[in-house]
Design a protein around this ligand. Structure first.
Ligand code: SF4
Ligand code: SF4
Length: 227
């Protein structure tokens, strides 16, 4: 298990985030207000909601010319990571899908998990750093996410991991990680990502490694296939 914890992927590899505690507190205050306004909303969904609202408003004034739209899909051909709290949301959503679709997604997830386990077995992770992160990501670049539907749609769109909400491009991508792609273009996206990890950390013993892991780590596909 330690190996998995060592793949703590920070997509932007920031060493000094462009925000401080005050920014975090302001963001958290908005999350708290969203939770109070919608009983039953989970913390994760509230973070998604606030970040999406802020991003939507900002995109209307942003002059960088992002062209991202439903169905592009190139940014969905890579290994995505999330916290366990986010995975709980995904799992709940998958359970709510109709049985046939759930079965197909479950099979794709099982295949990915098998490939991932084999990769870890043959490429032991020695340390958690930007170089290792890029190496792992490069290996998985080009491989479709198991949640990518046949028409390029995200099957779990409402609960897609936060990392999936971070990719923007000024041209429709024709390959992965081209020069015109940017990750976390808005500072509150980095804040939201940090807030999610912090919330997860509260549930862990003190000193535990950051629980931000590739999707296959969280999968319990046999259970999903049986439901
Ligand atoms: S980052 Fe590229 S592939 Fe992803 S949605 Fe934007 S344009 Fe499409
Ligand atoms: S979870 Fe959805 S948005 Fe994220 S990579 Fe997979 S298909 Fe794309």
């Amino acid at each position: 298990m330690d190996q998995f914890f060592q793949i703590a992927l920070n997509p932007t590899c920031d060493t000094s985030p462009p925000f401080d505690q005050k920014d975090m507190d302001e963001f958290l205050a908005m999350v708290t207000a969203a939770l109070a306004a919608a009983p039953g909303l989970s913390f994760v969904r509230a973070v998604y909601l606030i970040s999406e609202q802020m991003t939507k408003a900002a995109l209307q004034e942003d002059d960088r010319g992002f062209v991202c739209n439903r169905g592009c899909g190139f940014c969905c051909h890579q290994l995505v990571s999330c916290t366990e709290l986010e995975w709980v949301e995904i799992r709940g959503f998958l359970v709510s899908l109709e049985q046939k679709r759930r079965y197909h997604v479950g099979k794709a997830l099982k295949k990915l998990r098998g490939q991932f386990m084999e990769y870890i077995r043959t490429h032991p992770i020695k340390k958690s750093d930007a170089e290792t992160s890029m190496k792992v990501r490069s290996h998985w670049a080009g491989k479709p996410c198991p949640f990518l539907g046949q028409e390029g749609e995200c099957v779990i769109y409402p609960v897609r991991p936060f990392e999936c909400r971070a990719y923007y491009s000024t041209e429709v991508c024709t390959d992965l990680l081209p020069g015109h792609m940017t990750i976390y273009p808005f500072v509150w996206q980095k804040i939201a990502s940090t807030v999610l990890v912090d919330e997860q950390m509260k549930l862990l013993p003190e000193g535990a490694e950051i629980p931000y892991l590739p999707l296959p780590f969280w999968l319990d596909t046999d259970e999903l296939l049986k439901i």
